[in-house]
Design a protein around this ligand. Structure first.
Ligand code: SF4
Length: 340
């Protein structure tokens, strides 16, 4: 996805306001999981309390790595939107839209592609890594350009700040370089976005690795309570705690990490009784599932109550609001380049 992004207000943004304008997004990957929820979404909801926020479902980006599987995109958009709204993204407060519903993004991407040296895109660390990981089929023109499109996503709504994890800093740095180059060539036109470095909680999947759809270890926001309980019960724990009364090592246990996120009040007790062997893993997991379900209940109830027709309305309205800003930015870019 478009990495999250953020920073302090830059000089030419929101001059009439001290609020930052934050832009972030996700690919339409379908139902989101707890890693997305406790990482990005919780942060977005918090940021939206104080800053202007633009949240984009990045369907063009989905095409950069999965151009042959487009059937998943429309349902993926709907599920991502439902999860965002359920998590507490308020479309009155935040601008929520689908990338391709703002066609100015594609036009600005084309214009900026004229001034970005290919070598800048080739040196983005994830470019070669992903080609190795995903195979040569993704070595396309579009895939090479996706970090530029990420910059356009931000720049077109004049985003001044982007919430990013450390692994996304190189993309944002490329974007900042592109803005500097453009402004140097054509005069100050674009806002240089700053990173809002965010430390997301490390949400473990059922196998102990980072929670990820591609690992098949995810607990989804929309999972029902029975499914959630089943998944928590299947989680790996300390491999040396074999019998109930064996002493455990909570510091290496994924279930303990989940307790830290959803059951902070009981963490000292769980830690102590795990170490002494008083607490067995079966009971510990049951407690974790119970707390996790209680934590997620209002979110899941909200999700179930959302009228699908209202999602379409929200996305249409959001695209209209995003386009109002995008048209202005694109107009500035074209004028600066001597077009139109
Ligand atoms: S008792 Fe809980 S924290 Fe300790 S190893 Fe088992 S599941 Fe992990």
């Amino acid at each position: 996805m478009v990495g999250a992004i953020s920073a302090h207000v830059t000089s030419n943004v929101a001059s009439s306001s001290l609020r930052r304008r934050i832009m972030s997004g996700m690919r339409p990957t379908g139902r989101l999981h707890l890693g997305n929820f406790f990482g990005a979404l919780a942060n977005w909801v918090e940021l939206a309390q104080h800053d202007e926020t633009y949240f984009e479902i990045a369907d063009y980006h989905a095409l950069t790595t999965a151009y042959e599987r487009t059937d998943d995109i429309a349902p993926g958009i709907r599920d991502v939107a439902l999860d965002w709204l359920a998590a507490g993204i308020d479309p009155e407060r935040s601008v929520v839209y689908v990338q391709s519903a703002v066609p100015e993004i594609a036009e600005m991407h084309l214009l900026l592609s004229m001034v970005v040296p290919v070598a800048w895109l080739q040196r983005v660390p994830t470019f070669k890594d992903q080609i190795v990981a995903l195979g040569g089929d993704i070595a396309t023109y579009g895939f090479l350009g996706y970090p530029l499109m990420q910059l356009v996503d931000i720049a077109i709504v004049r985003g001044s700040a982007v919430p990013v994890g450390r692994d996304q800093l190189s993309h944002l740095e490329l974007g900042r370089e592109v803005v500097r180059r453009f402004n140097h060539l054509f005069g100050a036109t674009l806002v240089e976005p700053e990173a809002l470095l965010s430390e997301f909680p490390d949400v473990p999947g059922t196998d102990g690795r980072k929670m990820s759809k591609s690992y098949g270890n995810a607990i989804e926001i929309a999972d029902d309570e029975t499914t959630t309980t089943k998944k928590v019960r299947s989680m790996v724990t300390d491999p040396l705690k074999i019998r109930r009364h064996d002493p455990g090592r909570p510091e290496i246990c994924p279930v303990f990490k989940l307790h830290n996120i959803v059951n902070a009040a009981q963490v000292p007790e769980i830690e102590a009784t795990c170490r002494t062997g008083e607490l067995g893993c079966v009971d510990c997991k049951s407690l974790c599932a119970e707390r996790l379900n209680a934590y997620m209940r209002p979110v899941r109830e909200r999700r179930a109550a959302i009228d699908p027709a209202s999602v379409e309305r929200i996305l249409r309205d959001g695209a209209g609001r995003a386009r109002d800003v995008a048209r202005e930015t694109l107009g500035d870019v074209k004028r600066a380049m001597g077009l139109g």
